[in-house]
Design a protein around this ligand. Structure first.
Ligand code: 13P
Length: 339
């Protein structure tokens, strides 16, 4: 495969495919395994991810997989490195490189994502281990702010991260996530629209100041949705507002936008993406980079039991393929039912 950043980015958002976010940190994967009463051991984490990476839809619906540090170093039961399984399926292995969102001093509970110290050296190692793209997630918390300080600090960190990635031959996924799920997320869709516009404007300004080549980046934003406990919005309104904000904020030099699911239901995340792609021609590829919305059904079907691997893979194949269709605007609720 070509090592040019723009070629890697183009492969990550190729038509009808999207990215599997399987980069849950140790704490997050423990929470997921708690839901199925499974202990979070290194072997169980490996078995779960191996099950996903060997699923058939990896070949036709998944263009890249975001891994956690541990997974990039793990091998399948037969000794094949997990990153090799991903490459063999035709997908690009990627790596989460941020060190998590920490409380930002001087704010009322806002967060700043850490992980810049030593990042240049870590990226060089990840490149040797086979990663060709990376992810850094900034968290923008509406109930706790947002303050100019938090927006600016997070955008600045994203830009420093992105520039270091490109220096290392790695495509940065730039992820500023305006959070929708949480007990105090009572905001409406217009507030999400306003805050998302603000952070995206700031992010593209900082990327410019940092000398980042947009052709070799992927944006991973939230969709424009109301908070979990806010006034509901129709699927069409979500799609329309999201496309409007992206057109206003994301330069056309960016090859692709891959959404996070952020707490939407599996079907909502698929439906929203499909409606956007059916709206007509857009200046960038619009696809998915889902964690929960791709994995929830598979995790439940698996339940940590080897005898459920085929059922879990079938659940994963289905979700991945539904989202693959959504990435070209061809998903429908009937297809969902027909499965
Ligand atoms: P969700 O799709 O579960 O939001 O996860 C995507 C992700 O990678 C968040 O950083």
């Amino acid at each position: 495969m070509s090592e040019r950043l723009e070629d890697i980015a183009a492969a990550m958002v190729r038509e009808g495919q999207g990215i599997l976010a399987a980069d849950e940190s140790s704490g997050t994967i423990k929470k997921r395994f708690d839901q199925i009463n499974l202990e979070s051991t290194a072997d169980n984490r490996r078995d779960y991810r191996e099950m996903l990476f060997r699923a058939e839809a990896m070949q036709d619906a998944i263009s890249g997989v975001i891994l956690f540090d541990e997974t990039l170093r793990q091998s399948a039961k037969d000794g094949t490195p997990l990153a090799e399984l991903i490459r063999a399926a035709g997908a690009v292995p990627g790596i989460k490189v941020d060190a998590g969102a920490k409380p930002l001093v001087g704010t009322k509970g806002e967060k700043i994502t850490e992980g810049l110290d030593g990042l240049r050296e870590r990226l060089a190692e990840y490149h040797k281990l086979g990663a060709r793209f990376a992810k850094w997630r900034a968290v923008i918390d509406i109930p706790a702010g947002p303050s100019h300080n938090a927006i600016h600090a997070n955008a600045h960190a994203l830009a420093r991260y992105a520039a270091l990635c490109q220096e290392a031959g790695i495509v940065p996924i730039v992820e500023p996530e305006v959070i929708m799920d949480g007990a105090d997320c009572t905001h409406d869709i217009k507030t999400c629209e306003m805050v998302t516009t603000w952070i995206l404007k700031e992010v593209y300004q900082e990327l410019y100041f940092a000398g980042v080549a947009l052709e070799g980046t992927i944006l991973k934003p939230n969709m424009i949705v109301p908070g979990q406990h806010g006034p509901k919005a129709s699927r069409e309104e979500v799609a329309e507002r999201t496309v409007k904000v992206l057109k206003d904020c994301v330069p056309t030099a960016v090859p692709g936008i891959a959404f996070l699911s952020g707490g939407q239901s599996d079907e909502e995340a698929t439906a929203h993406l499909s409606i956007m792609n059916a709206m007509g021609s857009l200046p960038w590829a619009l696809t998915f980079s889902y964690g929960r919305a791709l994995q929830q059904a598979a995790l439940k079907a698996w339940g940590g039991k080897p005898e459920n691997v085929a059922a879990a893979q079938a659940a994963f194949n289905h979700r991945a393929r539904m989202n693959g269709l959504a990435a070209t605007g061809r998903w429908s609720a009937d297809l969902e039912k027909a499965a």
